[in-house]
Design a protein around this ligand. Structure first.
Ligand SMILES: Nc1ncnc2c1ncn2[C@@H]1O[C@H](COP(=O)(O)OP(=O)(O)O)[C@@H](O)[C@H]1O
Ligand SMILES: [Mg+2]
Length: 358
């Protein structure tokens, strides 16, 4: 179930219909992939625009890219175009097939097969598939991974430019800064190509009634008074909001009134649920970034003299670590100062490693 995002989905579809390329950016877990799925369903149903969704997560090589593209086409091409896709793929004589398994089989057979011809053939598909006046929407999720494959970024660009009438492209990525670099750096192939679309937090004023309705419809009216407090705590972070709602659901027996301290219990459940994931995230951060994150969690800024002193941080390293945390989309700058993107990470840090009295 997708809360909100009606306007976002409609905007992305209308840009796609108009033939514009779009880059969708947001921190991890803000619902990018969920929104892409919604756009795909709507575009196919309402616009009859086929949407080929390609997941580039942890892309490793050109062959890997070929395999993912072939699979994506096989999986997402609508029934009415399946015959045409089969014909186009067979025509390439590269072993590609409409089941999405051709290139893998070819590689098993002949491990030395060069992947580039197959990559060209797959990137050229919109020209063969789009009918008169209609276009295909090609969506690349986790597009920042394209950087791992030498030359792929430039190649995709070539096709994007050549397919102005047959395809629209939607590039989606979870590291805003990396996406900004791909699309904003003049020395890189995508400079100035695509329009930026930032996916923000969910509105707490929309979340609260939506979640409340869901509880009420399921005979859990007793929980409703606590939902606003929980949604406030999630600060509009999409996945965290859903997690807190889910934990509340699990804690309270249907038909019963929740106890007075249910918010605290659910908050503790949430910290326990995310603990392993936060430890894993912290493990890969350099020390100065860890300290800076803690300083923000506790003091709201890494630059106050108390924060610097208590965490044994130099101002210059706090500044550069802060910038790095923003690049990683773990931290954002707001009108009021610094903010940890995930409210549960902030709470967890305060609960686990306090340097000041609670
Ligand atoms: N608008 C939303 N409504 C309901 N759940 C959402 C929403 N956005 C995100 N979620 C939930 O948050 C989780 C992460 O979403 P996902 O789409 O995978 O994020 P991303 O691709 O940005 O990392 C999913 O479990 C999803 O169900
Ligand atoms: Mg995703």
């Amino acid at each position: 179930m997708l809360v909100g995002r009606d306007e976002e989905a409609a905007a992305l579809r209308s840009w796609a219909r108009a033939g514009r390329s779009t880059v969708l950016v947001a921190p991890r877990r803000f619902g990018k992939t969920s929104l892409l799925n919604r756009v795909q369903a709507d575009a196919e149903r309402i616009d009859r625009m086929p949407v080929i969704l390609v997941d580039l997560y942890e892309l490793a090589s050109t062959s890997d890219l070929v395999i993912r593209l072939e699979r994506a086409w096989a999986r997402h091409v609508p029934g009415r175009l399946r015959g045409r896709l089969a014909k186009a793929l067979a025509g390439t004589e590269l072993g590609l097939n409409v089941m999405g398994t051709g290139f893998q089989m070819r590689l098993a057979d002949r491990p030395q097969t060069p992947p580039l011809p197959a990559l060209h053939a797959l990137l050229a598909l919109p020209d063969q598939l789009a009918g008169k006046g209609s276009r295909v929407l090609v969506v690349f999720d986790e597009f920042q991974s394209i950087g791992a494959v030498n030359g792929a970024e430039g190649l995709v660009r070539t096709y994007v430019q050549a397919q102005r009438d047959t395809a629209s492209y939607l590039f989606c990525g979870s590291q805003p800064s990396m996406m900004a670099r791909i699309f904003g750096d003049q020395s890189r192939p995508f400079y100035g190509q695509a329009q930026r679309f930032e996916l923000g937090r969910l509105n707490v004023g929309v979340l609260t009634p939506w979640v409340s309705d869901a509880f009420e419809e399921a005979g859990r009216r007793g929980c409703v008074p606590t939902i606003a407090t929980l949604m406030d705590r999630a600060e509009g972070h999409p996945q965290r909001s859903m997690l807190l709602a889910h934990l509340l659901w699990q804690r309270v027996t249907p038909g019963q009134r929740p106890s007075d301290d249910v918010v605290d219990i659910v908050a503790a459940d949430a910290l326990a649920a995310v603990s392993a994931e936060i430890v894993a995230m912290l493990d890969v951060l350099p020390t100065a970034e860890k300290k800076t994150l803690r300083a923000i969690a506790e003091y709201g800024t890494p630059l106050s003299s108390r924060a610097l002193r208590d965490l044994n941080l130099l101002k210059a390293s706090a500044q550069s670590a802060g910038a790095a945390l923003i690049e990683r989309a773990l931290v954002e700058r707001t009108a009021d100062g610094w903010r940890i993107v995930d409210p549960l990470t902030a709470r967890w840090l305060r609960a686990r490693y306090p340097t000041r009295p609670g």
